[in-house]
Design a protein around this ligand. Structure first.
Ligand code: ADP
Ligand code: MN
Ligand code: MN
Ligand code: MN
Length: 332
């Protein structure tokens, strides 16, 4: 019997690229082939020259359809088979190869917010919920909104073989987090994009939308980030390298901020567990710093650093490439 392959790709939307997908029915025993789409509908081509190419790069069993069905993450190519300008994966693959001897690992904490129409899930029709305090890792129907979706999503990630590391309710009601990793640079990025697709797709069945908006409610409510945890062979053995990794990010602060997600200035205000986007800082255990060295890492004298700057809506291909390049180039 034929199976369904859901081809997933990243479009050309600006300033934040979006996920798209469509279904191909494929004969039993045949691998998902190269396919194409209408780039004029995704800001990736003009109407007169509209064809873009989809090349499968990461396939997992489809946990929603089950059976022999698959999810097929693709990269977008021009018809010349060169990477499309919107394809940020190709450059990451090159950077990961260049620095493979340092064995970089990433763990990404993806924060997001459920919306029910125009308001965050669980918020009253008029006004605001009680101020932030009891929601983070809370329990009870007065504090927790959308747990059934979170459970369905983490089950789906596990069934797909995505290396999801955990989930938690966040500081703002209706806001949640899942973590992917630690795994290699290309793996963490591919897995995060598929995990995002699963989140949107599963929330659809609950008539809820998930958003990666970095500051979904202005005022005294936490924004949504994508803390990016990083280690190499060297940092996993020596604290000297942990400190060197944190320090290496300083001189490239502006370049990283510019590429860490649209609207980052609205989120990195210096309040709500963030450091101002205007100034780089790092510190042990410090959640008001750009980069945090977890206390356990300082105790163990080895481990990883946490770059707290990336927005929830960041592109992992770009963030992971920059972190790898900026730090590993100083380890050469
Ligand atoms: P917190 O909320 O306290 O910042 P989390 O538990 O949410 O921390 O996330 C920690 C992340 O660090 C996880 O995604 C995990 O995969 C990642 N991580 C743990 N060890 C390493 C390591 N050696 N290299 C890279 N990432 C790591
Ligand atoms: Mn976390
Ligand atoms: Mn968090
Ligand atoms: Mn964190």
């Amino acid at each position: 019997m034929p199976y369904k392959a859901e081809y997933i790709w990243i479009d050309g939307a600006e300033p934040t690229q979006k996920l798209r997908s469509k279904t191909k029915i494929i004969e039993d025993g045949v691998d998902p082939p190269i396919w194409g789409f209408d780039g004029s509908s995704t800001n990736q081509a003009t109407g007169e020259n509209s064809d873009c190419v989809l090349r499968p790069v990461y396939e997992v069993p489809d946990p929603i359809r089950g059976g022999a069905n698959k999810l097929v993450l693709c990269e977008v190519l021009l018809t010349s088979m060169k990477p499309h300008p919107s394809n940020k994966r190709a450059a990451l693959v090159a950077t990961a190869k260049k620095y493979a001897k340092h064995e970089p690992w990433f763990g990404i904490e993806q924060e997001y917010t459920f919306f029910d129409g125009l308001k965050p899930l669980g918020w009253p029709d008029n006004g605001f919920p009680a101020p932030q305090f009891g929601y983070y890792c809370g329990v009870g129907s007065d504090e927790i909104f959308g747990r059934e979706i979170v459970e369905a999503h983490s089950d789906a990630c596990i069934a797909a073989g995505i290396q999801i590391a955990g989930t938690n309710a966040e500081v703002m009601p209706g806001q949640w987090e899942f973590q992917i990793g630690p795994v290699g640079p290309v793996e963490v990025s591919d897995q995060l994009w598929v995990a995002r697709w699963l989140l949107y797709r599963i929330a659809e069945d609950f008539d809820v939308s998930a958003t990666l908006n970095p500051k979904p409610v202005s005022g005294d409510w936490n924004g949504a980030g994508a803390h990016t945890n990083f280690s190499t062979k060297e940092t996993r053995q020596s604290y000297e390298y942990v400190e060197r990794a944190a320090k290496a990010l300083g001189p490239k602060h502006d370049l990283h901020i510019k590429n860490y997600g649209a609207g980052i200035e609205r989120r990195l205000t210096g309040a709500h567990e963030t450091a101002s986007y205007t100034k780089f800082s790092y510190g042990v255990s410090h959640r008001g710093a750009s980069v945090r060295i977890p206390w356990q890492v300082a105790v163990d004298r080895k481990g990883y650093i946490e770059d707290r700057r990336p927005n929830a809506n960041m592109d992992p291909y770009t963030v992971v490439r920059l972190v790898t390049d900026t730090i590993c180039s100083t380890f050469e």
